[in-house]
Design a protein around this ligand. Structure first.
Ligand code: TYM
Length: 328
């Protein structure tokens, strides 16, 4: 059976880009493959310095993951820091990737540029090594991610191939899998940037927890252009194309076909907003139920960590063995 792994950081509120680009596909895939999904709290430490913040976000994210439909009896949903092998294998990955390769990561360059003058942790730079460890620990064949993570999966492949050629066949070489619709949801106020928790304002960021009225307001105020022509063209019409992409991800119809049914921007904005509200309503109801039962959430995460730990231990032991480290 195909092994699938993908993870998400607990760095604040979960947004529509996470949902359409990742979470929804995780749920769709859980009955077709053996799936592992991590809440990667150690990754979130790269940009966090206050106590308790990551922990609270971890619980919140766990509730969203089960609310969107991950079934704890089918999918292995776990917290990264509950499985110590992630940090252990990460060091091995750091020693298998070069400084130059890490320097070319666009996400590092973007994040470091945004933090100019601020504290830039070494972890922000070595982050792809930890991500590579997350992936290869589970012998993942496929890694479903949004477009923004493609480069990180590519470097994981490079690291795993290099390790295998130096130390013998150890890791499965993974491939990135992108969803057909929703792989790149853009900010509604700045449609040339991906929707992200680190945007300058929240006006273009649709959170899964947003009330219907707030979602409608954000869509109605979405930035478009001044030609008044509904056409799917990501290059020259990024705002309109993003609305068509979102509507497409919600309805299953292609953006080009959807474009033919609109002559004005107003109705496109409200239809996209309404489609998102309808998609999120049942998810929000389940999220509220789960957040009201922290004991149940903790038990589900415990079960996930136990299942993940079994696989992770085996892979780390194999890697240490192939490296030729002396067993204790
Ligand atoms: P993160 O936490 O930023 O995002 C989680 C998932 O959401 C996708 N995503 C988007 N998709 C479409 N449009 C957007 N605007 C958008 N924003 C985010 C991301 O592509 C991702 O699939 N480094 C990863 C976390 C990670 C990971 C891993 C992922 C750590 N280890 C191992 C896969 C496998 C990250 O920061 O994702």
């Amino acid at each position: 059976m195909t092994r699938v792994l993908s993870c998400i950081q607990p760095t604040g509120d979960v947004h529509l880009g996470n949902y359409l680009g990742a979470l929804r596909n995780w749920v769709g895939g859980q009955h077709e493959a053996d799936v592992f999904h991590g809440i990667v709290d150690l990754h979130a430490l790269t940009v966090t310095s206050a106590p308790g913040v990551v922990g609270a976000a971890t619980i919140d994210l766990a509730a969203w993951l089960f609310a969107v439909g991950l079934d704890p009896d089918v999918a292995t949903v776990f917290v990264q820091s509950h499985v110590p092998e992630h940090a252990q294998l990460s060091w091995v990955m750091e020693c298998t990737v070069s400084f130059g390769e890490l320097s070319r990561m666009t996400q590092y360059k973007d994040k470091a540029a945004k933090r100019e003058g601020d504290f830039i942790s070494a972890g922000l730079f070595t982050y792809p090594a930890l991500m590579a460890a997350d992936i290869v620990l589970y012998d993942a064949d496929e890694v479903p991610v949004g477009e923004d993570q493609r480069q990180h999966v590519e470097i994981t492949r490079d690291i795993a191939i290099r390790f295998n050629s130096r130390f013998g066949d150890t890791f499965v070489i993974p491939v990135a899998v992108m969803p057909k619709a929703g792989a790149r949801v853009m900010d509604l106020q700045d449609p040339t940037s991906k929707m992200s928790k680190s945007a300058a304002t929240d006006a273009g960021l649709v959170l899964l927890a947003d009330e219907p009225a707030a979602i409608m307001k954000k869509f109605k105020r979405a930035v478009t252009d001044s030609d008044n022509e509904v056409r799917y063209d990501r290059e020259s019409k990024p705002g309109v194309s993003n609305l068509l992409d979102v509507l497409s991800a919600c309805t299953g119809e292609t953006p080009a076909v959807l474009a033919e049914s609109y002559t004005q921007y107003g109705p496109l904005k409200s239809d996209a907003g309404e489609a998102v509200v309808a998609l999120l309503q049942p998810v929000q109801a389940r999220y509220r139920e789960l957040m009201a039962d922290p004991g149940e959430l903790a038990a589900l995460l415990h079960k996930g960590a136990d299942k993940a730990g079994v696989v992770a231990k085996t892979t780390l032991a194999r890697a240490y063995d192939h490296l030729g480290l002396v067993p204790r």
